[in-house]
Design a protein around this ligand. Structure first.
Ligand SMILES: Cc1cc2nc3c(=O)[nH]c(=O)nc-3n(C[C@H](O)[C@H](O)[C@H](O)COP(=O)(O)OP(=O)(O)OC[C@H]3O[C@@H](n4cnc5c(N)ncnc54)[C@H](O)[C@@H]3O)c2cc1C
Ligand SMILES: NC(=O)c1ccc[n+]([C@@H]2O[C@H](COP(=O)([O-])OP(=O)(O)OC[C@H]3O[C@@H](n4cnc5c(N)ncnc54)[C@H](OP(=O)(O)O)[C@@H]3O)[C@@H](O)[C@H]2O)c1
Length: 745
């Protein structure tokens, strides 16, 4: 076993890379922090109010005056619309980089709850229904969007009807006129929704990091906004189609490609691309034919480019800011994911789960709730599969592991490659190697480790959903062991599995032994529920140890790249600033030396030039910064290599500070198992609340199937409501803060 673990260099100096620099919170006066926060809120609220009030007459008048003032300035109409709707996002992003660079403590371990209270982010309001589990703040967001769409469309409809009499539209043409104007308005409201559509899918975006929403969670906002945007765009198209049919010119209008004004054919192409993406992303299709959904979704390029051709530069600039953030992220991902990454070790566990251990540079930040995307070129050049890390940054500075449950074609093929190599190596001890060419993108995920905010923690897992919790357990045990800040003192794990053989996954916790000094400070209770077996098997499910084979793959000395939004704040900020300035400069140059001298007036062409300027900004100045970032990364990796070699020589076997002390328990030994039943959340939560004390904040984190998330959210909501209403005198005053980690994108 010691030999098996040899390549996994555990940290020798206990450095937690994620927490690096976290103590700098006091370095700048709290005034600076307040000012930054105030500025971000002020820009955001003004921007949001501008969008919300845009349909109203007073706001329209202000906007028209603004355009009148700047139309002859170098900004032009496009520049002023960009300034009003897109620039605020970019300004907040710059402020966010400053904020997260100077005040990282806000995001790391001492983000302690101030008082026993409900928090809008963690209070589940809806637990069932089309939106899944919805927190109070998400509910407010949904309501605001619905109100915005309904009120603006009502406003526009009333305005359109009065316009008919104001401008004396001929009676025979009234219906067509109304249909066309309302269709136009539907399109413009859709464009405002699209402004938000791209924000959640910029995976490493500084905005997601600022509000600490992991990409995996943010994708659901993208899904909701996608439905709304596509519903509006579809109605937009439909209204025009009906109006044109009534006018008897449907085909001519659909293929019309005007020079001045909106070009219809690009709009039709964009809408068709959008509809294809929409249909294939509907849940039943996405669930059953993930690849169909994924590949069809690449039509977003057609959707965006043809939208720009359809509406021209000045209308497109409404949603350009968010598209630009997405482009920045996509370009960086492209660079990061090209690097091949060494697999240090791999195991096929008896329950059919594969464990992979990747080499990573010490400087790459992640935490126990992070996840990465993996590509294995021998299996597919196009597929990237997301997996949560099952190791914690405390397990070692130079590696990161994942646990992969075999579910479908890709995971099945991965397992066969690994078992083939194992078989081959068993037969031929001379050639101890095989080949898996892996690339990794990420890590993404929570900016702050959620689990470190609570003294009382309930982790609820279903099946392979245990994987991130193994990282959390390891993190907590290591932290206490090494005397690092660690809030959790009372941890309950409720884990449902279908079959007892899955219980062996618990042996993947890096910190297997719990010394008496740790058990004095941590009360850990692991309760497993085997739902599809009614009696324990003879071996109690633990038999069949893992067969981790270290170093069985050809190694090139390559490691994960840190070129990702979450990697290095300085370089990420430089990349952002260079690209943004590059885009603005490219646009100004194109205007000054091409558009004006050559009198370019075609809207569609100006739209295309606008998109090309965005691409040039990202690819040229942005690309240059990425190149410099890459070179500095390479130099740092060289240093890492020396450090790693020195670390392995000074202490070849992994040790923890308490190795000499007699372990009082093992993690697996703390498990109690029940068969033939699911956990009874009501009873378990009640017992935990009693144990935690009357007035405790309890952090609940769930990772597993949707049904499990619903049950846990329902229980949290019921307990919190009972507490709030004080209906039952005996009800505990503990507040249950719900949080989920989803395995479904
Ligand atoms: C944030 C996140 C973390 C995850 N962590 C883990 C983990 O730690 N361990 C684990 O075993 N599984 C994890 N998963 C699930 C894992 O990504 C899928 O099980 C895996 O991709 C299935 O691939 P397949 O081709 O073998 O299965 P298939 O049968 O092709 O797919 C089964 C289901 O997996 C999902 N899926 C398939 N391909 C992808 C893809 N490229 N990207 C996203 N989802 C896909 C779809 O919902 C599909 O219906 C995680 C998923 C997410 C989103
Ligand atoms: N399976 C897939 O195709 C797939 C693909 C991608 C991602 N994922 C995600 O991966 C995660 C885990 O999947 P998995 O296949 O490892 O899980 P799994 O084997 O299906 O196990 C889930 C366990 O949770 C239990 N459970 C379900 N609902 C529950 C509830 N309401 N209350 C209590 N227990 C409940 C199940 O009990 P019962 O046996 O009684 O149902 C089962 O023991 C899920 O988030 C899933 O969405 C799954």
């Amino acid at each position: 076993m010691a030999q098996e673990r040899e390549p996994l260099l555990r940290q020798q100096n206990g450095a937690n890379v994620a927490a690096k620099g976290s103590s700098s919170g006091g370095a700048l006066p709290s005034l600076a922090r307040t000012v930054l926060k105030f500025l971000m809120w002020a820009v955001f609220l003004t921007w949001a109010a501008g969008i919300f009030l845009f349909p109203t007459k007073p706001a329209q008048a202000v906007f028209r005056n603004l355009i009148g003032l700047v139309r002859d300035s170098p900004l032009g109409i496009t520049g002023s619309i960009f300034l009003a709707f897109s620039a605020p996002i970019l300004i907040i992003s710059v402020l966010a980089y400053v904020y997260i660079s100077f005040f990282p403590t806000d995001h790391v371990e001492n983000k302690k709850l101030r008082s026993l209270s409900f928090r809008l982010w963690t209070f589940p309001v809806l637990v069932d229904g089309p939106f899944g589990v919805v927190s109070a703040v998400e509910f407010i967001g949904i309501v605001l969007f619905i109100v915005y769409v309904v009120y603006s469309m009502t406003y526009y409809a009333v305005e359109t009807v009065s316009l008919v009499s104001e401008i004396h539209v001929p009676e025979s043409f009234e219906s067509e006129f109304i249909l066309e104007v309302i269709g136009l308005r539907l399109g413009s409201v859709g464009l405002f929704c699209m402004l938000f559509l791209f924000l959640p899918v910029a995976r490493g975006s500084v905005l997601l990091r600022l509000i600490d929403i992991p990409f995996e969670h943010a994708t659901r906002y993208h899904v909701w906004l996608g439905h709304l945007t596509m519903a509006l765009f579809t109605l937009h198209g439909l209204f025009y189609v009906i109006a044109w049919s009534m006018e008897g010119c449907l085909i001519e209008k659909m293929v019309e490609w005007k020079k001045i004004g909106v070009a219809n054919l690009p709009g039709v192409i964009s809408l068709v691309a959008g509809l294809l993406m929409w249909v294939t992303s509907l849940h039943p299709v996405r669930k059953r034919f993930f690849e169909l959904f994924f590949y069809t979704h690449q039509l977003y390029v057609v959707f965006v480019v043809f939208l720009a051709l359809h509406v021209g530069d000045f209308v497109f600039s409404i949603s350009a800011g968010a598209v630009f953030l997405f482009m920045l992220d996509r370009f960086l991902r492209f660079w990061q994911s090209r690097a091949k990454v060494d697999i240090i070790a791999a195991a096929c566990r008896p329950c059919g789960t594969v464990e992979l251990v990747f080499s990573k540079p010490a400087s790459l930040r992640y935490n126990a709730l992070s996840f990465i995307f993996i590509q294995v070129r021998e299996l597919s050049f196009l597929q990237w599969h997301p997996f949560s890390v099952s190791s914690s940054p405390m397990d070692g500075r130079y590696h990161m592991s994942v646990l992969i449950k075999v579910l479908g074609t890709w995971t099945e093929k991965l397992r066969s490659i690994i078992t083939d190599v194992q078989e081959q190596n068993r037969g031929d001890s001379e050639s101890q190697s095989g080949r898996i060419t892996a690339c990794v993108e990420g890590p993404y995920g929570h900016e702050s480790p959620y689990h470190l905010m609570y003294e009382n923690l309930i982790l609820v897992a279903g099946g392979i959903g245990i994987s991130p919790f193994l990282a959390i357990l390891s993190d907590i045990i290591h932290r206490i062991d090494e005397g690092k800040p660690c809030m959790p003192k009372n941890v309950l794990v409720l884990w449902s599995v279908k079959q007892s053989k899955e219980l062996s996954l618990l042996s993947a916790v890096d910190a297997q032994t719990i010394s008496s000094s740790v058990s004095d400070k941590l009360r850990l209770d692991i309760q497993a529920f085997v739902t599809r077996e009614s009696v324990p098997p003879l071996e109690d499910g633990i038999a069949g140890d893992d067969q981790k084979v270290p170093g069985m793959f050809v190694k090139n000395g390559t490691t994960m790249s840190g070129l990702v939004g979450t990697g290095d704040n300085f370089w990420a900020a430089m990349y952002f600033v260079a690209s943004t300035l590059g885009f603005l400069l490219a646009y100004a140059l194109v205007q000054a030396y091409y558009v004006k001298p050559y009198n370019v007036v075609a809207w569609w062409y100006l739209g295309l030039l606008f998109v090309l300027c965005m691409v040039a900004g990202v690819a040229l100045p942005g690309g240059l910064v990425v190149l410099l970032w890459h070179l500095s990364e390479k130099r740092r990796l060289e240093d890492d290599r020396w450090d790693a070699a020195a670390a392995s020589q000074s202490s070849p076997r992994a040790t923890t500070s308490d190795d000499d002390a007699a372990p009082s328990a093992t993690v697996a030994g703390l498990r109690t198992t029940r068969y033939g039943c699911r956990p009874n959340f009501e009873a378990e939560f009640a017992a935990f609340a009693e144990r935690a004390g009357d007035a405790a904040d309890v952090g609940v984190l769930v990772c597993g199937p949707q049904g499990l998330q619903t049950s846990v959210a329902r229980e949290c909501r019921a307990r919190n409501l009972r507490r709030g209403a004080r209906m039952a005198k005996s009800a505990s005053r503990a507040v249950f803060h719900f949080n989920s980690h989803s395995f479904d994108l």
